[in-house]
Design a protein around this ligand. Structure first.
Ligand SMILES: O=CC(=O)O
Length: 328
């Protein structure tokens, strides 16, 4: 636990289910003395005084008042992703601690996840995979007919950097693109991806064959897609969620899928994650669920760590943080 002159960086653990990746350790060690939660808890007082930064790896460790109180020299918390809904931003700021996220690193891989879910749901990849590996590989064509993606309409709710990259991909798949966003994108950006702005979410929901939710979770977007919104969608439509589970009213979604109000759902996020093993969503044939795959690719996850290091070093050197997040 020596540490030398490098600043001390607290991480949840190294490797394992909730730990930073082993492959990132050499890079992190060039800049910091790494300390894990386990080491911190073994000698809270001595270690607590030395920690200047925390790197949150997929929401861990949990930041609460008690932890903040035991780290008197903490200057900055960097998050391994873009969504900050798991952090009490006001609480952290009240300790004079800065916060940063990693918006640059995540957009392409998260957009790929959205597109992968769209295609997998449209072409029923999970169902047909199961047929292919079952003992009887016979099937009736009528049972595996999918939805033609080219010419179908995709409605993107939330046209930030991830939504925009989804639109770029959807354009290449010859889809018609509608989007809804608090603020309209510039005309040249709309033209670049051939997207049409819908001021009202309702009109997007009524027209789309695929609705993809890409907004951040905030008090305003909590249960943005509820019973009313699902009922506006086409009975053949698919809902894809790559934002946060709580943006969709999950009970209403289960009912909509069970009763044919909508056709299918493909969810990278749920509430909670993972779902309890007896959850009705896990029993539906017209649902695909992935375990918050979002950004999880080799390059994106390394870039996230690079972005975190950039932010932490800026904070420790009293410089502006490239991706500072302020409490609203
Ligand atoms: O969930 C992914 C992120 O917050 O970047």
């Amino acid at each position: 636990m020596e540490g030398g002159k490098l600043p001390w960086l607290l991480v949840n653990e190294i490797g394992g289910i909730r730990g930073i990746l082993h492959s990132h350790v050499p890079f992190l060690k060039k800049h910091f003395h790494l300390i894990t939660m386990k080491e911190f808890l073994e000698d809270k007082k001595a270690v607590g005084k030395k920690v200047q930064a925390i790197y949150l790896w997929w929401h861990k460790p949990v930041i609460d008042k008690e932890l903040l109180q035991s780290l008197p020299n903490l200057k900055v918390i960097a998050n391994s992703g873009v969504g900050m809904d798991h952090l009490d931003l006001k609480l952290v700021a009240s300790f004079g601690v800065k916060m940063a996220n990693a918006p640059r690193a995540v957009s392409s891989s998260t957009a790929d996840t959205g597109m992968a879910l769209l295609l997998a749901s449209a072409r029923r990849l999970v169902e047909v995979h199961n047929i292919s590996i079952s003992s009887s590989t016979e099937y009736c064509e009528a049972d595996i007919l999918g939805v033609k993606v080219a010419g179908a309409t995709l409605g993107i709710i939330g046209m930030g950097s991830i939504g925009y990259k989804v639109a770029l991909r959807a354009k290449a798949f010859e889809m018609n693109i509608l989007y809804h966003n608090r603020t309209r994108r510039k005309a040249q950006e709309e033209q670049a991806v051939s997207a049409t702005y819908c001021k009202r979410i309702d009109s997007l929901l009524q027209q789309a064959d695929f609705v993809m939710v890409v907004v951040s979770l905030t008090p305003q977007t909590h249960k943005l897609i509820g019973k009313r919104e699902l009922e506006l969608m086409k009975p053949t439509a698919t809902l894809i969620n790559i934002s946060r589970g709580a943006v969709v009213d999950q009970e209403a979604l289960v009912a909509a899928l069970q009763t044919g109000v909508i056709g299918a759902a493909a969810l990278d996020v749920t509430s909670p994650e993972p779902l309890p093993r007896d959850h009705p969503l896990l029993k539906l044939k017209n649902v695909i669920i992935t375990p918050h795959l979002g950004t999880k690719t080799d390059k994106a996850s390394y870039m996230i760590t690079e972005e975190a290091v950039e932010n932490i070093l800026a904070a420790l050197n009293g410089l502006p943080l490239p991706s500072e997040v302020l409490p609203s």
